[in-house]
Structure formats: structure tokens, C-alpha cells
Write a protein that binds this ligand. Structure first.
Ligand code: MCA
Ligand code: AMP
Length: 510
């Protein structure tokens, strides 16, 4: 028994379909039977590279059904899947490969040259997987070897506690931490979401999220698989393509930017979404006004839920009951949630604001090779301290009101200011920096860097931006840099980011 693989794929109506609509080329359709056969082929191809149960398989590839098959095949052979954002640069990837002691790294064919020497130096086997737009495109070495491999594979047995995936989440110190997710964590959450959101084999989910994060990989894909639903797989968010396909689906999951972009499109109306039964939003706060506006235009009340890489999904607005705008709903079945004083951990009641803590089968077991960090973020009774600030209303709905952690969420991607500050501080002439998130019309929050120059230096915004261009992923890079005389500090000497956020709150919206 392989808890996650069997749990997701056993006893399915094998003719339910996965349709992939690539940005170029023609669409492809996979039945569940095709999917299972392909995981067998990929499992054999992975074993041929030397990967064994427990090994980390790191993957940075473009979105495709084969990338999902690779994930399922890694789980099937008992390996630990480690998905990585396609926007990460070589130096970012180096940290993940080294920290996780990856056995195999699968990258896009066109990036192989960039990674060759790194993988040689680290002793990591490198292979490739591309997007198969037509029979002439380079779908990569792993695809080629899977094509010739046997579809039969003896699934490796894995228990609930065994690790299925490691997903890196950035840390407040600037170092990313690998959240260790077990078979039990992932399957239990998928089963709960399937029931809570009423997913069944008659559903078709429109999938436009990236598949290297919890939202697109686990919430959207695992829930679809466990329900035996169909999936319409788009390469990413493109309003025209979403509008084209909304009439043929029953559900969509997205980050708030998906919904604000759709609202900006005059083609969004009740008729377009008449076959949709459910819109889900998460990963970042959905403004109450977006919720209200979306209902006015479409008649649909978006269902907002709340989760984290470390915990999968914790709370959700109900399917049948009231979906309250501006709240993230009620604890999911099996999840215990409480609000505590951020400083001393004492429990808060009566709607007071504090740090949100959760416990349940969905919650991860700790950070890879970081026992101290793990200890710091759990209470003794096993509750995980999320770092999100919230309060619970009289009906039990959680409202997230802020973050105790210094984190920016831009278009659903997390950016830890410390990582960007460390890079800015290295730039010539920079004395110190503070990185903040301010309102952004498209991404919710946008990154802004505030700089102080060393004596006798004058700083050039564009030059600094161009210097850091290849160092970190583009979405983490400041949309603007501002040079000031000195950073505001409190009596303890701590930079008052709230003062800066207030001062520059209109910088990206004007
Ligand atoms: C792209 N850019 C961004 C972002 N995305 N900048 C800031 N924040 C972003 N999110 C920049 C690019 O670097 C580029 O800059 C320019 O915008 C256009 O890039 P492009 O790729 O064309 O953008 P897009 O395709 O329109 O993407 C926007 C997007 C995408 C659709 C909102 O970011 C997205 O799919 N976000 C979803 C993230 C997600 O799945 N998060 C879930 C994490 P330049 O032109 O200067 O190079 S899981 C999670 O958070 C928890 C567990 C949970 O609860 O779900
Ligand atoms: P990540 O580290 O990518 O897993 O992001 C998790 C963080 O996203 C949480 O700790 C929250 O701060 C935020 N988040 C996720 N869903 C929501 C939501 N519906 N509303 C507000 N914040 C959210």
C-alpha cells in the first residue's frame, strides 16, 4: 500500500479525463487509465536514473501533464518530490539542491546548460522534462526514456508517516526552510477538501495555477484526483483563455489576482459562468469588495479558504452555509484552530486578535534538517504557530487581519523581505535597506525597496535593479526603489516598517 498514490488513484472511473490545453500546439487528452500507465513508465524511468525510496527528486519544469505524472511517479516509487518555482535563478536552485541533498534534478531542456556544472559539483544526477506541444518539440530526456519504459510497475509501499514531498518556504532570516509533508498529510487534506467542496466525478476543474506550490499541486490537483474529477489544464493564467474555457467547466481555483483580472474584463458575466458551481480563492487575502463585486457580476459568492505550505488547508468558508466576505471561514473537519497571544502564547477568546495556531492530520512534521526551527514554531501540545494574525467571530469564522511574520504576498507568491534586503545591502553604495509590501492594483501587494546610501554615495535605482536582475526570481524584485536619508526606527532600534508602509502606500497605485 502506498498511502498517497493509491489514495489518489485507486478505484477511479478510468475514463474521466485530463485535458491539457498548451499555449501552442494542439490539446491532448488523458484518461485516468492513461495517467496510471504513464506513472508506471515514469516510475521505471526514474528508477533507471538510480533514484531509490526516500531520495529527493527536485523538479523545476514548465507546467504540463507530464510534470504531474512525474510528481505521481516520484510518490509511486517512494521518493520525495521537491517542486521548484520556474522563476528561480541558478543561485536560488543551488541552495535547494544542496540543502535537500537531492539525488536527481529534473529541469527544463532549455535550461540544462545552466545547471550542468552545478549538478556535477554537487554530485547530483541531472535530467530534463519539457512541454510536448507536438511530436517535434523537445519533451526532454526523461520523457524519451519513459516512452520506452514498461507501464507495469510494482508500487513501493509507503505509510502515512513517510514523506511524500518537501516544499521550500522562505524564512524570516532569509534562509528557505523545507516543509516535510507526509503521505498522510497530503491525502487526508485532499479527502477533506473533496467532501467539503463537494467534488465528484462529474466535476471539471479549470486549472490555471502553477504546479510547484501547494495551491496548484495539492489543493487543485490532489483534490481533483481523489474525487475522480476531470481537469482542464492551462499553462498559466491568461484572461482570454480563462474566458474561453469557463463555459465548459464546473469549478475554478485561483489566487485573488485571478478574480480581480476577470472583473476587469467586460466579458465576465452570469451567462459565461452558468455551468460553474464553485469558485475558490486562496493564498492571499481576497478583498471583501472583490467578493461583493464578483457576486454582482456573476451571481457567485467566491469561497475563500486559508492554508499554508506547512499545513495544507486549515479553514474554509462553507459550501452550503454562509460564505462571509473578508473571512477565511471555519476550521476544516479534523483541524483544531485557536488564537493565542503572539508574545506569551496564552489563549485568547472573545474575538481578540492574536496569532493563529493549528493542529491536525494536515500539519507537517517539521522543517528538513532544521530541528531548532521546527521546535520554535510548534507549541508543546503540538499546535503549529502560523505567524498569521486573526480573530474568530461569534459564528466561529476566522478573519486574517495581518501577519506577525515579516512577509509580503504578491499575486499569491510569498516574498520574505529579509532575502531581498540581504541582496540590496550587498550593492555598492548601499548602507542599509528595508523591503516592504505596499498595495498593488494587480498583485494585491507589490515589493518596494527603501534604501539608505553610504556617505558620499548617490544611488541609481535602475542600476541597482539591473544588478540584481539575475540574482533572485523576478517576482521577488522590487517594483520600485526609493532612496531616503535614514530608516525610521523605534526606541529599540528596530526599523518601523509600518511607518514606511504608511508613507509609501500609494506608490504603486498612482
Ligand atoms: C509575475 N510577476 C510578478 C508576479 N507574477 N510580480 C510580482 N508578483 C507576482 N505574483 C512579474 C514577472 O516577474 C514579470 O515581470 C511580470 O510580472 C509579468 O510576468 P508574467 O509571468 O507574465 O505574469 P502573469 O503570468 O500575469 O502572472 C501573474 C499571476 C502569477 C497569474 C498572478 O503570479 C500566478 O500564477 N500566481 C499564483 C501563485 C500561486 O499559485 N501561489 C500559491 C502558493 P517582468 O516583466 O518585470 O519580468 S501556495 C500558498 O500560498 C498557500 C499554501 C495557499 O494558501 O495556497
Ligand atoms: P505559503 O508560505 O506560500 O504557504 O503561504 C501561506 C500564507 O499565505 C499564510 O500564512 C497566509 O499568510 C497566506 N494566506 C493563504 N491563504 C490566505 C487567505 N485566504 N487570506 C489571507 N492570507 C492567506
Amino acid at each position: 500500500m502506498n498511502v498517497l498514490f493509491d489514495g489518489l488513484l485507486k478505484n477511479k472511473e478510468l475514463d474521466a479525463k485530463f485535458a491539457e490545453i498548451p499555449s501552442a500546439g494542439s490539446s491532448r487528452i488523458f484518461t485516468y487509465q492513461d495517467l496510471i500507465d504513464a506513472t508506471g513508465r515514469f516510475a521505471n524511468a526514474l528508477i533507471d536514473t538510480g533514484v531509490q525510496p526516500g531520495d529527493r527528486v527536485a523538479v523545476q519544469v514548465e507546467k504540463s501533464i507530464e510534470a504531474i505524472i512525474l510528481y505521481l511517479a516520484a510518490v509511486r516509487i517512494g521518493a520525495i518530490f521537491l517542486p521548484l518555482n520556474t522563476a528561480y535563478t541558478v543561485s536560488e536552485i543551488e541552495y535547494f539542491l544542496e540543502n535537500a541533498s537531492a539525488k536527481l534534478f529534473v529541469c527544463a531542456p532549455e535550461r540544462k546548460d545552466e545547471y550542468n556544472s552545478l549538478c556535477k559539483r554537487l554530485g547530483i544526477k541531472l535530467t530534463t522534462l519539457g512541454v510536448r506541444e507536438n511530436s517535434n518539440t523537445d519533451a526532454g530526456e526523461l520523457f524519451a526514456s519513459a516512452q520506452h519504459a514498461d507501464k507495469e510497475f510494482d508500487t513501493v509501499s509507503r505509510s502515512e508517516e513517510d514523506l511524500a514531498a518537501i516544499l521550500y518556504t522562505s524564512g524570516t532570516t532569509g534562509r528557505s526552510k523545507g516543509a516535510m509533508l507526509s503521505h498522510g498529510n497530503l491525502l487526508s487534506n485532499a479527502l477533506v477538501l473533496k467532501d467539503y467542496w463537494h467534488f465528484s466525478s462529474s466535476d471539471i476543474l479549470l486549472h490555471a495555477l502553477p504546479i510547484f506550490h501547494t495551491h496548484g499541486l495539492f489543493v487543485a490537483t490532489n483534490t481533483t484526483l481523489v474525487a475522480g474529477s476531470s481537469l482542464l489544464f492551462l499553462p498559466g493564467f491568461d484572461a482570454d483563455s480563462i474566458i474561453e474555457h469557463l463555459p465548459s467547466v464546473s469549478s475554478m481555483m485561483g489566487v485573488p489576482t485571478f478574480y480581480t483580472r476577470l472583473l476587469d474584463d467586460p466579458r465576465l458575466n452570469q451567462d459565461l459562468v452558468k455551468n460553474v458551481r464553485l469558485f475558490v480563492s486562496g493564498s492571499a487575502p481576497l478583498l471583501a469588495e472583490t467578493h461583493v463585486e464578483f457576486e454582482k457580476r456573476t451571481g457567485h459568492r467566491i469561497l475563500e479558504r486559508y492554508g499554508m505550505t506547512e499545513t495544507n488547508m486549515n479553514t474554509s468558508n462553507p459550501y452550503d452555509g454562509e460564505r462571509k466576505a473578508g473571512t477565511v471561514g471555519l476550521p476544516l473537519p479534523g483541524v483544531e484552530m485557536r488564537v493565542a497571544d503572539a508574545e506569551n502564547g496564552s489563549l485568547l477568546t472573545d474575538g481578540e486578535v492574536g496569532v493563529v495556531e493549528v493542529r491536525g492530520p494536515n500539519v507537517f512534521s517539521g522543517y528538513w534538517k532544521m530541528p531548532e526551527k521546527t521546535k520554535e514554531e510548534f507549541r508543546e501540545d503540538g499546535f503549529f504557530i502560523t505567524g498569521d494574525l486573526g480573530n474568530v467571530d461569534e459564528d466561529g469564522y476566522l478573519k486574517i487581519v495581518g501577519r506577525a511574520k515579516d512577509l509580503i504576498i504578491s499575486g499569491g507568491y510569498n516574498i520574505y523581505p529579509k532575502e531581498v534586503e540581504l541582496l540590496l545591502d550587498e550593492q555598492e553604495g548601499v548602507l542599509e535597506s528595508a523591503v516592504i509590501g505596499v498595495p498593488h492594483p494587480d498583485f494585491g501587494e507589490g515589493v518596494v525597496g527603501i534604501l539608505v546610501a553610504k556617505p558620499d554615495y548617490s544611488l541609481d535605482e535602475n542600476k541597482i535593479l539591473s544588478n540584481i536582475r539575475d540574482k533572485i526570481a523576478r517576482f521577488k524584485q522590487p517594483k520600485r526603489l526609493i532612496v531616503i536619508e535614514q530608516l525610521p526606527r523605534n526606541t529599540m532600534g528596530k526599523v518601523q516598517k509600518n511607518v514606511l508602509r504608511d508613507q509609501y502606500r500609494n506608490l504603486l497605485t498612482n
